[in-house]
Design a protein around this ligand. Structure first.
Ligand code: GLY
Length: 412
């Protein structure tokens, strides 16, 4: 009886089309992800046990909890909760629960989420949104767990402490103080979502105001005339003026680092959703236009790691940029109705190409879903590897496509 009810619930989750779900690209990818992430979980749990037995990693801040990538020797790279990527794996497990309705994923997601609880107090980085909103945020959305809500509100409070009124931005990094006085990176746009959420649940508008100011300052200073973006903008905290515009993970200060363009597209689309400010929608439309008019964008729409990388076509791709772009385009298609078909067709093409040419073989690569991402080419770190955030935004894009239903079919 119990099994029957679960099957019925599953059919309900798939709109009474569970059998045919497997015939869609979304269904086929989730069927693959089910097997691959179950395998991945066994690898992660084994790696956590090994790390636990290692004396030097006993304290909570050093404990290795969630996967980020593969090490050069192809072993699993687990990270501590303070790492900016620690929330993506729990986020993936929540997305599996969202799609399947299977309690197995809820249990595993909850376990993995709780491992980064202490981050709610970590004011030393701007990455709170990446960490806590992808994990606890999805968890709260799907379960209404009040404990998660409390942790998310504290996280938003901690993140707000990094806001400087004079600059009008949250500070991104505390490291490399010899290089920058007050660095703000384009990636930071993604950390605003937890602030919008905090205002919506607490009624305290201060979070919302910080997010809007940060987005406006970023729109003003991070973008060039063609709407490509700089990676790092450094500010003078006395005057609020820009000191310099540089890069850290891109090819050069003047180049367009692929994931940076993706963060910008995603961030301004999300800011439009939360504010309905037409300036943010315009910004997102311009960024999308920049990305898709680059002659250096390959035919399969999976960008090289930087649009201005010097040896294109002999440069590594960045699948993580592609999955962030695809997810953002599905959302943008719901706001910019005039161009919605174009956005959907591009996002669909990305998903199709990832599915056919960039997916891991089953039970390989420690359970990661997608290959060929690039973390930091200039540092020669994580070049042409699986990355947990590529997988997270892949599942998110698939869920967004699924929710769009018939509207997200190719129209060309
Ligand atoms: N947020 C860091 C990165 O995109 O590499």
């Amino acid at each position: 009886m119990r099994i029957r009810i679960e099957v019925l619930l599953l059919m309900f989750a798939c709109g009474f089309e569970y059998v045919s779900c497997h015939e869609t690209i979304v269904g086929r990818n989730f069927a693959f992800a089910e097997k691959q992430l179950r395998f991945g979980l066994t690898e992660v749990e084994a790696a956590r046990r090994v790390k636990k037995n290692c004396k030097s990693t006993q304290s909570d801040t050093l404990k290795m909890v969630n996967p980020r990538s593969l090490n050069p020797d192809r072993t699993l790279h687990l990270v501590a909760s303070k790492d900016w990527t620690s929330g993506f794996f729990p986020g993936e497990l929540w997305y599996m629960y969202e799609y399947t309705g299977d309690k197995f994923w809820k249990k595993k997601a909850d376990e993995s989420t709780k491992l980064i609880k202490q981050e709610q107090w970590n004011g030393k980085t701007h990455d709170m949104g990446f960490k806590m909103y992808c994990s606890y945020g999805n968890g709260f959305r799907l379960t209404q767990n009040q404990q998660y809500k409390k942790i998310l509100i504290q996280s938003a409070k901690t993140l707000s402490s990094r806001y400087n009124k004079k600059v009008g931005c949250l500070r991104s990094w505390d490291h490399s103080t010899n290089n920058w006085e007050y660095p703000v990176i384009i990636d930071n746009m993604l950390n605003l979502e937890i602030l919008f959420w905090a205002t919506s649940v607490t009624g305290d508008s201060s979070y919302y105001k910080i997010a809007v100011n940060h987005a406006k300052t970023t729109a003003k200073n991070h973008f060039r005339n063609d709407y490509s973006s700089f990676h790092v903008v450094d500010y003078d905290t006395i005057t609020g003026n820009v000191i310099k515009k540089t890069t850290h993970q891109g090819f050069s200060d003047g180049s367009a680092w692929a994931r940076g363009q993706a963060w910008g597209l995603y961030g301004f689309t999300m800011c439009y959703r939360e504010t309905r400010n037409p300036e943010f929608l315009e910004q997102a439309k311009h960024i999308a236009n920049y990305i898709f008019t680059q002659s250096n964008l390959p035919k399969d729409l999976i960008p090289y790691w930087d649009f201005n990388a010097p040896n294109i076509p002999n440069e590594p791709r960045d699948v993580s940029a592609a999955t962030v772009i695809a997810s953002a385009l599905y959302e943008l298609s719901t706001f910019d109705r005039e161009n919605s078909t174009v956005y959907i067709n591009r996002a669909n093409a990305i998903i199709e190409n990832l599915t056919t040419s960039y997916r891991s073989e089953p039970r390989q690569n420690k359970g990661f879903l997608l290959l060929h991402s690039t973390g930091s080419k200039p540092a020669n770190v994580e070049v042409d590897v699986p990355l947990v955030y590529a997988d997270y935004y892949f599942l998110e894009a698939l869920l967004r496509k699924n929710k769009l239903g018939k509207a997200a079919e190719n129209i060309e």
